[in-house]
Write a protein that binds this ligand. Structure first.
Ligand code: CUA
Length: 182
């Protein structure tokens, strides 16, 4: 049978299913269901699929809130781009902007304290990947994702964009600091 010509037998959907075809449909179905149930499984037993809250926002509203935090709590700047390093009070709401092609600002948090981390994108889809913890969070324009996080280890972490976002995607890397509590 060729798709260029009309089928020779008109009632083709009543033909018996070939064994091989049936087997592949069964394999695909089992794999689909396995992948589907892995998501709730990893949410409960893994560390990567976090619980979150999500709210609608706009780039203007989100950058206003981020700017407010930066104005109050910047302690220094880093890199050639003069990215502010912000040390917000323990337990507070902290903000991070994803945009072509940077993370802004850099956060400096305290070990053992909980923060509400707000993430949003100013333009396209990005992804917040925290290394070496291997946390992955999609950062979506128009939405503000809120994640309650409690750093358990002091040190310097890397933030990498994990969603291809154009020619500067590979440059979209930053840091996140966790300080030992005094
Ligand atoms: Cu942002 Cu890749």
């Amino acid at each position: 049978m060729s798709s260029l010509l009309p089928p020779s037998t008109r009632i083709w959907w009543k033909q018996p299913l070939d064994r091989v075809e049936g087997t592949w449909i069964a394999i695909a179905l089992v794999w689909c269901l396995t992948m589907f149930f892995m998501m709730p499984f990893w949410h409960v037993f893994g560390k990567q699929n976090l619980s979150n809250e999500a709210y609608r926002t706009t780039p203007e509203a989100f950058s206003r809130k981020t700017q407010e935090m930066v104005d109050k709590f910047t302690v220094r700047t880093e890199t050639d781009q003069q990215i502010p390093v912000v040390r917000p009070p323990a337990g507070s709401d902290v903000y991070m902007i994803a945009r072509l092609w940077q993370w802004w600002p850099i956060l400096e948090l305290e070990k053992g304290q909980s923060y509400r981390l707000h993430l949003s994108s100013m333009d396209y889809l990005h992804s917040f990947s925290l290394q070496p913890e291997n946390l992955n969070i999609q950062v979506i324009p128009g939405y503000e994702g809120v994640y309650t996080i409690t750093p358990t280890r002091a040190g310097k972490y890397s933030v990498v964009c994990n969603e291809f976002c154009g020619i500067g995607h590979h440059m979209m890397v930053s840091n996140l600091y966790v300080l030992e509590t005094k």
